[in-house]
Structures are given as structure tokens and as C-alpha cells.
Design a protein around this ligand. Structure first.
Ligand SMILES: Nc1ncnc2c1ncn2[C@@H]1O[C@H](COP(=O)(O)OP(=O)(O)O)[C@@H](O)[C@H]1O
Ligand SMILES: [Mg+2]
Length: 242
């Protein structure tokens, strides 16, 4: 469903990703691991077409459609959702406003407001998020844990087919991480999306269990394996791969 071929990405004229290849099938969970600064987030941002991340070579296809030339808006409409390491604050736009706009942008007919409110309320209950969060500006004044929970609200409302999960554990204590990751797994079991999870810890992979683990070095994947590869890294660190 996601195929990345010979991808090169530049940030500020510096080549960060070089000849990167990845092939994910429907419903698969892939973990991308590697030490700080190797370019893990850069890959997500290039997929989402964040403007500072320039694709200088390669092809990204999503469900057989080339998406390199699309903008962020079009990419998210296709059903790709990025949960960033530090979810951005958007002052002046509430969760409810953004979600209604995003859902309406994907449909011919406008979403019935009663149905929308019903779904919002059901999801708040499901993820144990106070309902007043619906009327708060996106991530504004929220703690690290609340931001990630707020992302869960977006996830369940927008129902993406591919989730890019960038260091879900950053800003979360152990209990909050458990809550957030088990909600993501509940979503996975219900909707069967594909997940690309970025982490340097094996612990989170006990919850969100990958089918494949890849190690990133020098801008591309230097080793792939099954879940046991993440365990090896937990024991010996990345030094073997540096
Ligand atoms: N917006 C940016 N401006 C300048 N440099 C950047 C930017 N984004 C990433 N980089 C640089 O690209 C490299 C890879 O960063 P990143 O993808 O965030 O690494 P990782 O997620 O693996 O820790 C780093 O050297 C980082 O400083
Ligand atoms: Mg990162």
C-alpha cells in the first residue's frame, strides 16, 4: 500500500535521505529504528510533503497512486495521518472546527451536524478525553500527554488507512504511553490500517507489535528483520550498526 523507491530528501540543501526504499503491505506494522538525527522524522515529513523537506529523487506511491506531486492536504485526504513527535499547536482553530472541515472536505454532501456531534462524543468517551477538548484550540496549552490523546481524537475521527507514528513515547510517562498505545492497537484491530512506527525503544513495540523492523543509517535502510531485531538493538544498542 505504501511503496517508497530510491527516495532522496534534502533539508536546507543537505541530503538527509539517500536511496531509501520501503514496501509496506495492507495492514502491516513496520518499525523504523535508528539513533537520533539519522532522518527518521525526515521520512515522515517528506511523505506528508512538509515544505522544508524537498524530494530530489524517487517515487512514493500509496495504493498504487504516485503521491510525490500532491500537497499535504491532498495526501491527508487519501488517508495518511502523521502523529508527530511534538504535535503542533494551532491557535484559534478548535478540534471540532478542524475535524468538521477535514471530514467535509472528503465528502460530496456536508456532514450532518448531529451525526458529527454524536461521533465526537462517542469517541471522547472511548478514549476518555473530556468533551470540552472538542472546543479547545488544537493542542493549545495542552500537556505532552494531552496532546497525544488529542491526536487520538483526530485518529478515530478521521479514520486513516496509514498511520505514521513518530516517537509516540516522547512526552509520555509509562502509564500514558500504555493508554495511548493500547488505543492505537484497538484502532488497528478495528480498522486494520498500516502503521509505520518510529522509535528507539523496544518497549513500545511490545504493545504495537511490528511485522518488520528496519534500521536506518546513512539515509537508507541497512538492515531489516522481524521483531527480534528490535530486541537485539535493545540489548546491544545501535553501535553495531554505526
Ligand atoms: N527543518 C529542519 N531544518 C534543519 N535541519 C533539519 C530539519 N529537519 C531535520 N533536519 C536535520 O536533518 C537530520 C535528521 O533529522 P530527523 O529526521 O529529525 O532525525 P531523527 O528523527 O532520526 O532523529 C538532522 O541532522 C536534523 O538536524
Ligand atoms: Mg525524529
Amino acid at each position: 500500500m505504501l511503496t517508497i523507491k530510491n527516495l532522496n530528501v534534502q533539508v536546507l540543501d543537505q541530503e538527509i535521505i539517500k536511496d531509501f526504499n520501503l514496501n509496506m503491505k495492507d495492514g502491516e506494522i513496520h518499525a523504523l529504528m535508528g539513533p537520533n538525527g539519522v532522518g527518521k522524522s525526515t521520512i515522515c515529513k517528506a511523505i506528508m510533503k512538509s515544505p522544508e523537506y524537498q524530494i530530489t529523487n524517487g517515487i512514493i506511491t500509496f495504493n498504487e497512486k504516485v503521491i510525490n506531486n500532491l500537497n499535504t492536504d491532498e495526501i491527508s485526504k487519501l488517508g495518511i495521518y502523521y502523529i508527530s513527535q511534538n504535535p503542533t499547536t494551532i491557535e484559534g482553530v478548535t478540534n471540532a472546527e478542524m475535524l468538521r472541515m477535514a471530514l467535509n472536505a472528503r465528502r460530496e454532501e456536508k456532514l450532518n451536524i448531529f451525526e458529527f456531534n454524536k461521533k465526537c462524543n462517542e469517541i471522547c468517551e472511548k478514549i476518555n478525553l473530556p468533551k470540552n477538548f472538542l472546543h479547545r484550540a488544537i493542542n493549545d496549552g495542552m500537556s505532552g500527554g494531552e496532546r497525544k490523546k488529542n491526536e487520538l481524537l483526530h485518529l478515530w475521527m478521521l479514520e486513516p488507512k496509514l498511520i505514521l507514528l513518530d516517537e509516540l513515547d516522547s512526552g509520555l510517562d509509562i502509564d500514558a504511553l500504555k493508554i495511548v498505545s493500547s488505543s492505537i492497537m484497538e484502532y488497528y484491530k478495528e480498522k486494520k490500517p498500516s502503521i509505520l512506527i518510529i522509535t528507539h525503544h523496544n518497549q513500545i513495540l511490545e504493545e504495537i507489535k511490528p511485522d518488520w523492523v528496519h534500521i536506518l543509517k546513512n539515509g537508507h535502510i541497512i538492515k531489516s528483520g522481524e521483531k527480534s531485531l528490535a530486541l537485539e538493538i535493545e540489548k546491544s544498542g545501535f553501535k553495531e550498526y554505526l
